[in-house]
Design a binder for this molecule. Structure first.
Ligand SMILES: Nc1ncnc2c1ncn2[C@@H]1O[C@H](COP(=O)(O)OP(=O)(O)OP(=O)(O)O)[C@@H](O)[C@H]1O
Length: 679
């Protein structure tokens, strides 16, 4: 039985180690050791899977929908109870580190420096399982206290970090996947594929050691990564992206980071010595490749399953592109029953939350479509489906989308009253088919996926709404709607119209038409491109021409005055710095409704990290989109910038914190201003 100390000690070592290769070697070695130690006592005592899971900073496997339900407030209370420290001591320790785990280490060190490790990984897993089903906060708090009491100071540090989902040891899941491959002598691609199909990192460790990675099968009901798009400023730039000719001579150079520093553009590449030029340019992960020469980036990308990136880069050249409207709704992935769970429907948001409950009419509609099609004998409809698309608030009278602000009122609501359902009706506009009949389709070219998507939707509709009725109002509005009666389930399912375009003029016209339909702009997608989950490549580009806004995360909140006294209503927010740290960039108190502010305030009370009286630092989990008049250089915030007249446009519950804007994006917007104000 491995001890949790193994995770804590390794994590502490990894936090101090900057080199990725050394990190990977250390993780691989520990996984091997833990696996070897269990080989005598039988496979059920093999904790190497838990070790991998916890190092990746996740208490449960991705396929496992359980949650710990323990926020900063609950954890700090438990820490106070176990350490006997006063509020002031906790606040001082928290301020020293800005991290609850590190604060716990300080508070427990004096009393427990000599404590020997006894907490096993299995005991931690058991406590986590109990927390997930605990009916009251008191039971959960007692479980956390139980864990902390048995822990050494170092273990307590990493237990808290793990529970908060913020290890800060510079280890991403992809690095753990590589380490698993090294430890078990398996191929990285095989490990990554198993993790993608089954969403179970621990399970992949078991498969890797038992040589059964190839037996992994697509399992529904865990979200796959969403493919994202890169921005272009003009239709001409979009055309250029899709028609660039491969360079005659391989040139490898790194351009200035674009939207955020997470990506670097590497231009033209002879990605393997001696091979023909394939890629014109593609995005790579700057965090991983910060200082590496471009050649290394390409070599590494190719090796680490990046061939799809290269394939897509090649596919963007001189080929056709599909154009679709860019809808301003909420990105979602819909999973529809498989042989194991035939009637089940699940909806996932872009930050991989299960949001099914928030859209009951979509769940019902899909379940009904399923049931009716299943009943049809000899049905040609796939038994399982994963659709990628956008949830939109829909005006059935006008046959067009409602503004995002209207849909936004429903996002995040767990219980949706009939009133809300009537006030803001929702539809799902599908634009990609990721899986059908248990077969993952990501590696098919978009052209092929699109054909299959159209065929599936058509068959679904034929079965349910036969004879097929196309709503003319919807046709006018460019959204093909398959039934007229609002009570019919199929009316909730639409398909995003898509057509091939060639010239900048065509794109320009389509853009104007899209805006006239109240959509945000247009998307262009290389017809030959594969679906790259979780990546922002050049195979999909978006054109939206608008004033810059920033996606930021709230780091703190202040109590308001007057009407807002006693309510946390003024928010301090941050962007990401070069090393992944959060740097404050501004403060906003306008843009939200009173109801939203009330909800935000309650949430912040729950997720407080440090209570300074009038001000509270909060767990950085809430993403906002903010608009502003301009940006100035300023010493007021850690980012070195301040936003002038910031206002909140949206609460981006649909966007993960990992994708907020960076300080280099702020710099870019600052530089693009005609006047560059300094405070
Ligand atoms: N037809 C479409 N195809 C793909 N994505 C679409 C489409 N229409 C709207 N979208 C939305 O556009 C997003 C892609 O833009 P991007 O990857 O830049 O996300 P983002 O950073 O949230 O951008 P934005 O802030 O512009 O929404 C998708 O996540 C999706 O929600």
């Amino acid at each position: 039985m491995a001890l949790f100390a193994v995770v804590a000690e390794l994590a502490d070592e990894l936090a101090k180690e900057a080199g990725k290769l050394k990190k990977r070697a250390a993780i691989a070695e520990t996984i091997s050791k833990v696996h070897a130690a269990s080989s005598e006592s039988g496979p059920e005592s093999d904790d190497s899977g838990l070790l991998a899971l916890y190092l990746a900073g996740t208490p449960f496997a991705e396929a496992d929908s359980r949650k710990l339900n323990a926020g900063g407030a609950l954890l700090s209370k438990a820490l106070l109870a176990v350490s006997g420290a006063s509020d002031q001591m906790l606040t001082a320790a928290y301020r020293r580190h800005g991290d609850m785990g590190a604060a716990a280490f300080d508070l427990l060190f004096a009393a427990r420096a000599e404590k020997t490790a006894e907490l096993t990984l299995a005991a931690v897993a058991e406590a986590f399982a109990a927390m997930a089903v605990a009916k009251t906060t008191a039971i959960r708090a007692a479980l956390v206290e139980g864990l902390l009491r048995r822990a050494t100071p170092l273990e307590a540090k990493y237990l808290l970090k793990l529970m908060l989902g913020d290890m800060r040891i510079g280890v991403k899941q992809s690095l753990v996947e590589e380490a698993i491959a090294v430890a078990a002598g398996a191929s990285v691609d095989a490990v990554r594929r198993a993790v993608m199909l089954e969403a179970d990192l621990g399970g992949a460790v078991r498969r890797a050691f038992s040589g059964t990675l190839h037996e992994s099968r697509m399992r529904l009901f865990h979200p796959l990564g969403f493919m994202l798009a890169s921005p272009v400023e003009t239709p001409e730039e979009a055309v250029e992206r899709f028609t660039e000719k491969p360079a005659k001579v391989p040139v490898v150079k790194t351009k200035k980071p674009r939207k955020d520093k997470k990506v670097v553009v590497v231009e033209a590449a002879n990605h393997k010595p001696g091979e023909a030029v394939q890629a014109q340019s593609f995005y790579a992960d700057a965090e991983e490749f910060a200082d590496a020469p471009p050649e290394d980036v390409i070599a590494k990308e190719t090796q680490a399953g990046g061939d799809t990136t290269l394939a897509n880069a090649a596919a963007t050249q001189g080929v056709e592109a599909f154009l679709e409207d860019k809808y301003d709704g909420m990105r979602a992935q819909i999973h529809c029953g498989d042989s194991g769970q035939p009637g089940r429907v699940a909806i996932y948001s872009r930050n991989k939350e299960d949001v099914t409950e928030s859209f009951p009419e979509l769940e019902e509609a899909f379940a009904q479509i399923r049931a009716e099609t299943d009943a049809a004998a000899g049905s040609l409809i796939p038994s399982s489906l994963i659709l990628d698309g956008e949830i939109l608030g829909w005006d059935f009278e006008q046959g067009r989308a409602l503004p995002f602000a209207v849909l936004g009122q429903r996002i995040g609501r767990k219980r949706v009253s009939n009133e809300w359902r009537q006030q803001v009706p929702v539809v799902f506009v599908a634009f990609d088919l990721m899986c059908a009949d248990g077969e993952l389709l990501l590696e098919l070219p978009l052209r092929e996926r699109r054909n299959r998507l159209e065929a599936v939707v058509e068959r679904l509709v034929e079965r349910v709404a036969s004879p097929l009725v196309v709503d003319e109002r919807a046709r006018d509005s460019q959204a093909v709607l398959f039934a007229v009666e609002e009570s019919a389930p199929v009316e909730r399912l639409m398909i995003s119209p898509s057509r091939l375009v060639e010239s900048a003029e065509e794109i320009d016209r389509a853009y104007a038409d899209a805006r006239a339909r109240a959509n945000e702009g247009v998307m262009l997608k290389a017809a030959g491109s594969v679906y790259q989950p979780g990546r922002r490549g050049l195979a999909w580009v978006k054109l939206k021409r608008e004033l810059a806004t920033l996606d930021v995360v709230v780091t703190g909140a202040e109590f308001g005055h007057g009407r807002r006294a006693g309510i946390l209503s003024d928010y301090t927010f941050a962007v990401r710095g070069d090393k992944g740290e959060l740097l404050n960039v501004g403060k906003a108190y306008s843009g939200l409704t009173d109801v939203e502010i009330g909800e935000m305030s309650a949430w912040m009370m729950e997720h407080t990290l440090e209570d300074q009286g009038f001000f509270r630092t909060v767990e950085p989990l809430m993403v906002l989109e903010v608009a502003f008049n301009n940006i100035m250089r300023s010493g007021r915030h850690a980012s070195g910038f301040a936003l002038r007249f910031p206002r909140i446009l949206k609460i981006r519950t649909d966007k993960p914190v990992s994708e907020i804007d960076t300080v280099s994006r702020v710099e870019e917007v600052y530089q693009s201003q005609v006047d560059k104000p300094v405070e």
